[in-house]
Ligand binder design. Structure first.
Ligand code: GDP
Length: 526
């Protein structure tokens, strides 16, 4: 197979959804179709810990797919699909956002009984930044759901994306009979109780086929015909171009738990979702058709497998091919590194892979020299742009129980901040260590990991910081003056970037007014 053919068959996507909408269940079924799992149902332990504080640690222990981003590659039809999992808990949203920079399309899963929920709204905003194409799956049709037409309306008005139903449901809850596939002009019948396996399905061709009435009952069959007339008039027809521009989403209906409809969605995804896309860099746009290797790190994860006590940097290949033992250039440190043991994650197992192509994710062993946002190239010095860091909203001073371990603490915090687990700020005027987080759960995770991975016992204290901004100024003289005058509010983050830490939002506004030549940024690109 030629390089271009290898690239063209790849599809790299992530699932966005509100917690409990069914992301994990869909992931299981998707893998089932990818033949990666013989029998679905083993992805994540379920139980009372779903949203408890111990959630992260419990799940971390299980090393389940949901904990933090993992990558699953599986074949589907003619395609090779990469599914990047994103942590569901809100406190890990930074990881999620960055993962969305590494995919070419997204599957939006909506609980059809609930409609558009908070977190979906937020995540959709993030996908809008790059106009990522969106495929929609309306889940839980085996329950009593809201009126499908109303659901489409809600998606259109709340998320500002046109809906093009590809399938249409027949009944719901106990009366859920299946879906009519608008493009194929056939009804696919649902049988409950077969969620764990791939079923032979019964298909009825055509809408006017009397077999349809026999199969779903005359009332529902007529209702389907009436609804479809309405739907065709009131909604959009699927078109590739607006889909690829992120303006229109194909919509599928089904039940992940009942393993119904997921394959229709996968058929759509593999047929329409974009092949690996290029990315912008500091110097030029890189296209996936270029055979020279390039990629960027969007996530670093520690100790995924207790047997391998190392950290893995997840690198999205933007162009070219990874081969075992190849040399890569790391522009940030200006060095070449030889990579002999990149890993992939097939249904949870780590395999040493021999080659990977644009669109794939590889895991690089990281002993501290790789940071989030790092670029790897075949020798060029450009850097990929657009991998965001978000200003934290929550701050605590962190202190040791045993003051002799200050060095260990700093090392741990800097490494955890490189990983994106937390952000650390060191004020210019004292030796405090201030930890900043986007979600409160991060604080607990950091203390637990400091203890288990760095053997330091740390505690938190309140600190008078309300918000932080990365600061910069083109005029070196003005920057110096600003640094002198505002010293009490300045700190360095984990990557030594100058940051303004404000005790109140009012203080921040005043500082912004007072120093008009200084830019204050709420996000920072790596
Ligand atoms: P996540 O939080 O988005 O990963 O959601 P999960 O996949 O863990 O699902 C949340 C809950 O909804 C679980 O109890 C699932 O069994 C259930 N669930 C998922 N899909 C369906 C479905 O199609 N029908 C029904 N009735 N329940 C579902």
């Amino acid at each position: 197979m030629s390089y271009q053919q290898e690239v063209d068959k790849r599809r790299t996507f992530a699932i966005i959804s509100h917690p409990d909408a069914g992301k994990t269940t869909i992931t299981e079924k998707v893998l089932l179709f990818g033949k990666a799992l013989q029998k679905a149902g083993t992805v994540k332990g379920r139980g009372s810990n779903q949203h408890a504080k111990s959630d992260w640690m419990e799940m971390e222990k299980e090393r389940g797919i949901s904990v933090t981003t993992s990558v699953m590659q599986f074949p589907y039809g003619e395609c090779l699909v990469n599914l990047l999992d994103t942590p569901g808990h809100e406190d890990f949203s930074e990881d999620t956002y960055r993962t969305l920079t590494a995919v070419d399309s997204c599957l939006m899963v909506i609980d059809a009984a609930k409609g558009v929920e908070d977190r979906t709204r937020k995540l959709m905003e993030v996908t809008r930044l790059r106009d990522t194409p969106i495929i929609t799956f309306m889940n839980k049709l085996d329950r009593d759901i809201r009126d499908p037409m109303e659901l489409l309306d809600e998606v259109e008005t709340e998320l500002n994306i046109a809906c093009a139903p590809v399938t249409w449901p027949i009944g719901c809850g106990k009366e859920f009979k299946g879906v009519y596939h608008i493009h194929r002009d056939e009804t696919i019948l649902y049988q409950s109780g077969h969620g764990h396996t791939i079923q032979d399905v019964r298909i009825v061709k055509g809408l006017d086929n009397p077999e349809l009435d026999a199969a779903v009952g005359g009332v529902l069959a007529q209702q389907l015909r009436d609804e479809l007339e309405l739907v065709v008039g009131a909604s959009h027809e699927f078109e590739l171009e607006p889909f690829l521009a992120g303006e229109l989403t194909p919509v599928f209906f089904g039940t992940a738990l009942g393993n119904f409809g997921v394959d229709h969605m996968l058929d759509g995804l593999t047929a329409w979702a974009p092949k690996p896309q290029g990315r912008a860099t500091s110097e030029r746009d890189v296209d996936a058709s270029e055979e020279k290797f390039s990629g960027f790190v969007f996530k670093i994860q520690a100790n995924m497998d207790p047997k391998h006590r190392d950290r893995i940097a997840f690198c999205r290949i933007v162009s070219g091919k990874y081969e075992k033992g190849m040399k890569m250039h790391q522009p940030r440190i200006g060095k070449d590194v030889r990579i002999s043991d990149a890993v992939t994650f097939m249904a949870g197992d780590r395999d040493v892979l021999d080659e990977a192509y644009a669109g794939d994710i590889i895991g690089l062993h990281n002993h501290g020299s790789i940071q989030i946002g790092d670029t790897f190239t075949a020798g060029e010095t450009f850097r990929f742009t657009g991998i965001p860091n978000f200003a934290p909203e929550l701050f605590r001073r962190i202190r040791l129980r045993d003051p002799l371990k200050q060095k260990q603490l700093l090392k741990g915090l800097v490494q955890l901040s490189e990983e994106g687990a937390v952000q650390v700020f060191r004020p210019l005027i004292n030796n405090d260590l201030i930890v900043g987080a986007v979600g409160v759960l991060q604080f607990d995770v950091v203390v637990a990991r400091l203890k288990s991975e760095y053997n330091v016992d740390a505690i938190y204290e309140a600190v008078n910081v309300a918000t932080a901004r990365w600061v910069d100024c083109k005029d070196a003289k003005k920057l110096d003056e600003f640094k002198r005058k505002a010293e009490a509010n300045l700190a360095l983050d984990g990557g030594d970037n100058l940051t303004y830490i404000a005790p109140t939002r009012v203080n921040l506004s005043l500082a912004e007014e007072r120093y008009p030549d200084v830019t204050f940024r709420a996000t920072r690109e790596h």
